[in-house]
Design a protein around this ligand. Structure first.
Ligand SMILES: [Zn+2]
Length: 438
């Protein structure tokens, strides 16, 4: 295979794709779907566009295999977040190439993934590689604002998608240091559960010159003080235990012993304080509570009759929501009303003892011997939750080598991808598909 020629092709396609503005809202992903359809049609790969709402396009393409095994789904989203044009060194929707990078909104999140996934299908089709299962490509709408017109819709309306055995989605990367050496592969296999609560305090309104004890703002502030000081208990999921165990070899001797047995480590107060000062480690080990919205009062000289606060809680999969709510109510006290305003289903993480995870590990050990492949519990939410709901084993992993600094450009200014990464990503995906489908 001529990888340099394939890289040129991928660069050309990514430039064209970035020039299609799919900022959500409004999205206008239909233009992205048409872009993919033109290419798949040319290569005789069957594909279909779905438009559940005007302008909100989704596309599914199928590379046929024999019926032996259930399909493998390559997922990507076409919509992007808005830009602050003044902050960019280059125009964000032109696909400018500079210093070995391709710049543009979506260059990382998530248009490059769409392009390397598409290229993998094109390559396997051109090579006439016999496959033991269908490989599905799904470019979705509306990821950036919740997935209602994208993956959520697709899971309800496209039965062929819910029959997949495995799926690969955005999320984890191959994290490299400044010298380009791989530090770890992050393959997210689960995510926290959304559980958002509104607290409401009621009281007696009146003139602020006559303070009285029934001021709702004062009641709310006291309740919030109690709840935000709550140190929720640690609970170590098997995948999180595995995450720390695999991180152990890279730690200095004192920390290493505790990473190997994280439950034991958490019993050492000094270690657990140090460990949980890292917000990501902290979020992987316990339920978290963030105070995000505060509303109370409109006028400086009026005591209001009501005030509210919103808590964005993220629970570990498997947490009993009723029990958690009871704990919250106990802490804020009887006078405060607590209402659930949004929640996602508590879904168990995808298992790790699978052909797909092992195949990723096998490729990792060829490319970066000794580098750990870590199962990450994502603190945030991705579209993968809709797939796991259907029982599809889903990993959030993009085969791109990236530094933590580069990753900061996602949703930020001057988002870009290193051109070499497109070649690496295509090769990785072709290898991966060959491992699990030939
Ligand atoms: Zn994304």
């Amino acid at each position: 295979m001529n990888w340099d020629q394939l890289l040129n092709e991928a660069i050309h396609y990514l430039q064209e794709y970035i020039r299609i503005e799919t900022v959500n809202p409004p999205g206008n992903e239909i233009e992205g779907a048409r872009f993919f359809k033109r290419i798949f049609d040319r290569e005789s790969i069957p594909c279909e566009i779905f438009e559940p709402s005007p302008g909100r396009g989704n596309l599914i393409a199928t590379l046929k295999g024999s019926e032996g095994k259930r399909p493998f789904l390559l997922l990507n989203h076409m919509d992007v977040v808005p830009v602050e044009k003044e902050g960019w060194e280059v125009p964000p929707f032109e696909g400018v190439i500079k210093d070995g990078y391709l710049y543009g909104r979506g260059a990382l999140d998530n248009k490059s993934m769409g392009i390397v996934e598409m290229m993998a299908l094109l390559i396997l089709k051109r090579e006439r590689t016999p496959l033991k299962r269908d490989i599905l490509f799904f470019a979705s709408a509306d990821e950036e604002t919740g997935g209602r017109w994208g993956v959520q819709w697709a899971m309800e309306h496209l039965p062929s998608l819910s029959q997949c055995e495995y799926a690969l989605n955005e999320g984890g990367y191959i994290m490299v240091n400044e010298k380009g050496m791989a530090d770890r592969y992050e393959v997210s296999s689960g995510q926290k559960v959304i559980y958002q609560l509104r607290l409401r305090a009621r009281g007696t309104s009146g003139h602020a010159s006559l303070p009285h004890p029934d001021n709702p703002n004062v009641k709310l502030v006291r309740a919030l003080e109690a709840i935000t000081r709550w140190e929720t208990p640690f609970s170590v999921l098997p995948m999180v235990k595995e995450f720390f165990r695999k991180m152990a070899p890279k730690q200095p001797p004192y920390e290493k012993v505790y990473f190997e047995d994280i439950e034991k480590g958490l019993q050492d107060e000094t270690f657990s304080i140090w460990l949980t000062s890292n917000p990501i480690y902290n979020a992987m080990l316990r339920n978290t509570v963030s105070l995000t919205i505060l509303q109370g009062g409109k006028k400086a000289n009026v005591i209001p009759s009501e005030s509210t606060g919103v808590l964005d809680c993220r629970l570990l999969p498997g947490t009993d929501k009723e029990e958690f709510l009871k704990e919250v109510k106990k802490r804020v006290g009887e006078e405060i009303e607590v209402e659930v305003i949004a929640e996602s289903r508590s879904l168990p993480p995808s298992p790790m003892d699978t052909e797909l995870f092992q195949s990723i590990e096998a490729i990792a050990s060829e490319k970066d011997p000794g580098c750990p492949v870590l199962p990450l519990l994502l603190p945030g939410a991705t579209d993968s939750r809709f797939l796991r709901e259907k029982g599809i084993i889903t990993y959030d992993f993009e085969p791109f080598r990236i530094t933590e600094k580069e990753l900061m450009r996602v949703h930020g200014n001057n988002e870009r991808i290193e051109l070499e990464n497109l070649k690496f990503g295509m090769r990785f995906l072709v290898d991966l598909i060959q491992k699990i489908a030939t």
